[in-house]
Design a protein around this ligand. Structure first.
Ligand SMILES: Nc1ncnc2c1ncn2[C@@H]1O[C@H](COP(=O)(O)OP(=O)(O)O)[C@@H](O)[C@H]1O
Ligand SMILES: [Mg+2]
Length: 364
């Protein structure tokens, strides 16, 4: 059986006056998938979500949900629940009335509504709080109520626009995991907008990386992290070293006085002789079991150490690569074992199988 998309965006464009906020967006989302729209502020994430919800009309293109073209349907005729960043609860309504808002609109019997509200509040971990008012709850609790409200009608599609951005770090991580497990349990197709790459990597089945109104890449968190499709994605997702280099052809690159060869396919569009940017993650270095004859063996001087908890990032001035230092990750145990401290010399090799290379112009 061929996989049929639950939600299809076909050629979506959006203009605000002369400004093109979205350009020809094509995307298929599978039933039950958890997709994150990830990108910097202003790249068009919210606009795209609002078009899916019918809260904004597209300038071109169409939206198909569960086989039905919903492109011109008003929001009330579409099948979704939505949750925003914050302040989205009605302050003058009780928690129960907030949650049941969409249900009462659909004129369900009162007893049935009350049962459903209890069920939803239990689902989001707030049983028995129906009589409270939003102001009596913490930010994280209010967002759980907003989530219960978004799920009240058992929608086919759950839309979340930066739902965690206003919360402090610990609550944010906790709630994102709860949203994820709830989504799995319910199987509801979900789109979450976020500008936080760590959040997207941790919860999404697939990430849609956006920039300036276009999709840069669609992939699993691992694909987006390991095989970024563009310099923008490599820079935006995760910590990465970017080194200026020159292409020598046949996937060989010269960085300072070192020559590195990447895998075929990791350097698309990099013509021989051209200036390129080489990308390598801080963890893509070898220190354990380092061999003397490793052709990518390097020595360098630790300039600075950023302590991150279970590991550190060491800024290293690499011998033979002047004017551009690298950041290498070491676990605390490795810091002890290999004497990684400011001013010390460290030896390592580079995981050239993990290199990504892009033309320098694209990385500017
Ligand atoms: N109603 C509007 N009128 C004019 N410009 C808008 C409107 N809504 C959004 N924009 C512009 O469209 C671009 C994308 O906005 P938005 O979708 O909110 O970005 P994001 O959610 O990724 O931060 C931004 O440059 C924003 O200023
Ligand atoms: Mg937004």
């Amino acid at each position: 059986m061929t996989e049929v998309g639950y939600l299809q965006l076909r050629g979506i464009g959006k203009h605000f006056g002369a400004f093109a906020a979205l350009k020809n967006i094509d995307l298929t989302i599978r039933r039950g998938e958890f997709v994150c729209f990830l990108g910097p502020s202003g790249c068009g994430k919210t606009t795209l979500l609002r078009i899916i919800a019918g809260l904004e009309s597209q300038s071109s293109g169409s939206v198909v949900q569960d086989g039905r073209d919903i492109s011109i349907l008003p929001p009330a005729a579409r099948d979704y629940g939505i949750m925003f960043q914050s302040y989205a609860l009605f302050p003058n309504l009780s928690v129960a009335d907030n949650v049941s808002y969409g249900l009462v609109n659909r004129k369900q019997p009162r007893a049935q509504v009350a049962t459903r509200v209890d069920e939803l509040l239990a689902l989001v971990g707030l049983p028995g709080t129906g009589a409270k008012f939003p102001a009596q709850m913490s930010g994280g609790q209010q967002q759980r109520v907003a989530l219960a409200r978004a799920l009240a009608t058992s929608p086919g599609l759950l839309l979340l626009d930066e739902p965690l951005s206003a919360l402090d770090a610990i609550v944010r991580v906790h709630l994102r995991n709860e949203i994820r497990s709830l989504q799995r349990k319910l199987g509801v197709t979900t789109i979450m907008v976020t500008h936080d790459q760590e959040e997207a990597l941790s919860v999404a089945d697939r990430i849609v990386v956006m920039n300036h109104g276009v999709i840069e890449q669609v992939g699993t968190p691992m694909q987006v992290y390991r095989e970024p499709a563009s310099a923008f994605v490599a820079d935006f997702v995760g910590k990465v070293n970017r080194l200026r280099a020159v292409s020598e052809g046949d996937h060989w690159y010269r960085v300072g006085n070192k020559r590195l060869q990447c895998l075929p396919g990791a350097d698309l569009g990099c013509a021989s002789g051209g200036d390129v940017a080489i990308y390598l993650r801080p963890e893509d270095r070898v220190v354990d079991g380092l061999r003397d004859d490793d052709p990518t063996r390097c020595a360098g001087t630790v300039r600075h150490i950023e302590f991150l908890g279970g590991n550190c990032l060491a800024e290293v001035a690499v011998d033979g690569i002047p004017d551009q230092s690298m950041h290498l990750q070491f676990s605390l145990n490795q810091m002890d074992e290999f004497n990684v401290r400011e001013g010390a010399t460290v030896h390592f090799a580079l995981r050239t199988d993990r290199l990504r290379v892009f033309p320098a112009a694209a990385a500017a």
